[in-house]
Each structure stands twice: as C-alpha cells, then as structure tokens.
Ligand binder design. Sequence first.
Ligand SMILES: NC(=O)c1ccc[n+]([C@@H]2O[C@H](COP(=O)([O-])OP(=O)(O)OC[C@H]3O[C@@H](n4cnc5c(N)ncnc54)[C@H](OP(=O)(O)O)[C@@H]3O)[C@@H](O)[C@H]2O)c1
Length: 314
Amino acid sequence: MTPLDGSSTDTTVTGVPRPGGPGVLAGTTISRIGYGAMQLERLHGDRSAAIALLRLAVELGVDHIDTAQFYGDGLVNGLIRDALRPADGVLVVSKVGADPNPGGRIPLRAAQRPEQLRASVEDNLRSLGVDRVPVVNLRRLDTGPGLRPEGDQLVDIDDQLAVMTAMRDEGKIGAIGLSSVTLDGLRRAMPVGIVCVQNAYSLVARADEDMLGLCLSEGIAWVPYFPLGGAFPGLPKVTGEPAVHAAAQSLGSTPSQVGLAWLLHHAPNVLLIPGTADPDHLQANVAAGTLALDDATLATLDAVPTRSADVPLG
Ligand SMILES: NC(=O)c1ccc[n+]([C@@H]2O[C@H](COP(=O)([O-])OP(=O)(O)OC[C@H]3O[C@@H](n4cnc5c(N)ncnc54)[C@H](OP(=O)(O)O)[C@@H]3O)[C@@H](O)[C@H]2O)c1
C-alpha cells in the first residue's frame, strides 16, 4: 500500500526509484544511497552551483542528507534550507559535539559539554530553518580520524545522553544517533534508543566490523563516514586499492562505484552518504546502487587488508 505522503518502499515521495533500494533510518524509509553535504563547503564561492547539486541529488532519488553546523560555519545548513522543500521528503541528519572554528587548522573545535550540545542543536534549528532536526548524531571524539578531547571536553557519555534525550522529549530532535563512538560507548548508549552509528569505515578501513555486526543485530543503521576514504590526505583511500581497480575494470565501472557497491552488499543496514561537490560524481555515486557484485568479486574485495583510519587530520 502506498502511504499517504506518496512514498512507497521502492520510490521516493517524488516518485523516483530509490538508489540502492530502500533502507530504514529512525523508522523512516529512505534510499540507501544518500548524500553527505560536507564537501559543499568547497562551493562557498558559487552558491547557485551548490543549490543545483542539492536539487540534482533530490532528482536522482536521494532523500537522506547528512550535515553539521560546523560545515562552513552554518553555510552548508543554509544551503540545505534554501535548496530543499518539505515536499522533497528529505530526511536531514545533523551532528553535535563540535563547533565551527573558522580559520582554524581544521575548521572545528570540540564542543562536547551538555550545554554546548544544546546550543549546537539550537544553532542547527536556526540555520536549517526547522522546528525539529529529524536525527542528530552525538559526535563523540573517542575513535576515528581527527580531534581527541582534552580538559573539560572529556565528558561522560551518560551526561551527554541525558541532554540529548531531554531535547528529544522537547521535540527539538526526532531521534538520536552516535558518531566516532567505541563499541563500549554504543553499548552504554543503546538503552536510550540509538537509531544510527556514523563511524569512519570503508572497504579499506574496516576496524569497526564488530560494531557494524552489533548494529545489524539491534536494527541500528550503519552510516559510514569517509565511505571512499574522505578528501583529507593520509586516510586510506578506496581508490588506492589495486583489487578495487581490477574489479572496476572488469565491471566497466569506476573504483569509487566499486567501493560504494561493496558497502551496500556488505550488510543490509548500511546507508551511504558519500560526499562530493561534483555533479558527475554525484550521478556516478547514485548509479553505484545498480552495480551487482558476484560472489567471486565480493570474496576478492572482502580479502582486501584493512588499514587504520585513526589518523590526525589537517
Ligand atoms: N560523523 C562525522 O564525524 C563525519 C566526519 C566526516 C564526514 N562526515 C559525513 O560523511 C560524508 C562523507 O564523507 P566525506 O565527504 O568526507 O568523504 P568520502 O565520501 O569518503 O569522499 C569524498 C571525496 O571523494 C571524492 N569523490 C566522491 N565521489 C567520487 C566519485 N564518484 N569519483 C571520484 N571521486 C569522488 C570527493 O571529491 P569530489 O568532490 O571532487 O567528488 C571527495 O574528495 C561527509 O560529506 C559528511 O556528511 C561525517
């Protein structure tokens, strides 16, 4: 039966076949291939190109977009506000735990304290122009690339979950996810109801395989960031792996598409948010949803050694 909002399992609310097929996040059916908006910062000088990219994503069937207030100090949230309409039916997911740090070596600073998490949700509500952010990830600093907490930024996860659940009760956020979290942190948080985990993970950086398995058994979506290895130098890149190039050549696809297709094949709770500022790459990433990987190719890709993504950034 088609729900009243016009969406079905196989098509978006605007009637587009879902790239990667349907997945579920926070009880909502979405396309398994979404879009990570962080790379839009690079289009700060060309607002109309950034808006056009977001519109193209919607036209291609993307209805899950990942963002943060600290992407361009509110710039990316403002682009999403201006580009999207409620009728597009896009699930916007943001994150808190860091604040913008314009001009910094990396453009964010830790903001882990409960009052900072609350202030960051308020910033997101304002810049996105909404009454409620559908999903907010509590972005810890426990694992993965980048910052580690020091001093008063070392905050117990229970204190953070208390403010996150209070904001959910108040209706400011729809559901809670976690990011850059350890297996222990996830286990401690699960009783409050965690809908997704966003850790750095890709075909070439699979340290969190046990956590992915726990998420699968608990019905929690696994939404890897850096699914291609990110844009920062020093991180292991999917496109740097010879086995990926060999598979791409025999499939007539690109190495990036193989990396994304492998993620979709790897586990049914995987949802993708590859980032790009390039419309051709966006189309290629969406098309990766049609790539079939046979058992032999999957076995070869599964055998690729995993490398650590725990590297400093910037
Ligand atoms: N929770 C967190 O802490 C956290 C941290 C980082 C990121 N994220 C989210 O995760 C999303 C994905 O991460 P990411 O954007 O950093 O890294 P990514 O998706 O792994 O890779 C992005 C890089 O790959 C390139 N690329 C994308 N599609 C391509 C294609 N089809 N062919 C060739 N190159 C391609 C992009 O360049 P072009 O622009 O030239 O295509 C960019 O350099 C972010 O956008 C953000 O929303 C979350």
